[in-house]
Design a protein. Structure first.
Length: 290
């Protein structure tokens, strides 16, 4: 046990995976032994939100972290707690698969990596089958779309044609509706809240490419997450770019190109998309009859 403790002290960040019933006892033991910065993270599925440098993390969910084994050592000389995976050093990045790089917002080989190519083909086969389902078979369509999308609420309705790259990187809340022609390039992850309405011919694009043609021609790209809040209406033909967050209670005007974050309770439109006004209580009183 002393050798084990010395090992913990010598490293920068160590993940300890134990059985769920034992994790709390291991955590308390390490605290009693004077190990600093011990963190207890049981059952955290969104593991990338709960890591830190220069600490010991006890968890029963390491398998949820895409590329971790029993431990992963991060760069030294930092006491910052709660930074993101982006601080991985070059040595750690070089050991990643291309998929791991994609999942952690690193430049990765999207064109020629066989694992990612296989996953995209499998997803697009499912999308093709979904788009060819009988339009009047609503129940089958509702069930089939849940086999494509990683996480959904009970009430999800997407009109064909619908296309995405991986599917499992998409999360949608309750009462999600998308009209025809929705495209989601979800390598970086796309999250929609509750009561989101999307008009026809919209795209959510998490993937981008380097400006220089040398790396772009090698098939390299990056993927940054897109997040859309609750009670959002996306107008026809809107295109949302990598890394954008759209708040809750937002209306995005048709034809907009969204390249920067849009705050909650606002109406935004244009290329590039800009906030033109706030949504107020008076909007609920407006009559739309003609």
């Amino acid at each position: 046990m002393n050798e084990f403790l010395n090992h913990l002290i010598a490293q920068n960040t160590v993940f300890i995976q134990v059985e769920k019933e034992s994790s709390i006892y291991v955590f308390r033991f390490l605290q009693n032994q004077g190990i600093q910065n011990v963190m207890y993270r049981p059952g955290k599925k969104d593991f990338n939100l709960y890591w830190a440098k220069d600490c010991v993390i006890v968890t029963d969910m390491i398998s949820e972290a895409p590329f971790l084994s029993n431990e992963l050592i991060f760069p030294p000389k930092s006491n910052i707690i709660g930074r993101k995976w982006n601080s991985l050093d070059e040595r750690s990045i070089s050991k990643m698969s291309e998929k791991d790089k994609m999942l952690h917002q690193k430049l990765y080989d999207a064109n020629y990596d066989k694992e990612l190519e296989r996953e995209r083909i499998q997803c697009k086969i499912l999308c093709q089958k979904y788009n060819n389902l009988a339009i009047d078979n609503i129940d089958e369509r509702h069930e089939f779309i849940k086999s494509i999308i990683g996480e959904t609420g009970k009430n999800v309705h997407i009109e064909p044609d619908f296309w995405c790259d991986y599917g499992y990187r998409i999360k949608v809340g309750e009462n999600f509706y998308a009209n025809h022609g929705l495209v989601i390039l979800d390598a970086g992850g796309v999250t929609f809240g509750h009561d989101v309405f999307i008009a026809p011919s919209c795209g959510f694009h998490t993937s981008g490419h380097p400006i220089d043609f040398e790396r772009r021609n090698q098939g390299l790209e990056y993927a940054y997450p897109i997040v859309v809040g609750d009670n959002v209406w996306i107008g026809a033909g809107v295109q949302v770019m990598p890394g954008v967050t759209i708040g809750s209670n937002v209306v995005i005007g048709g034809g907009s190109i969204v390249v920067k974050d849009i705050p909650s309770n606002s109406v935004a439109v244009g290329n590039p998309c800009r906030v033109i006004r706030q949504i107020t209580d008076d909007d609920a009183k407006k009559s739309w009859d003609r």
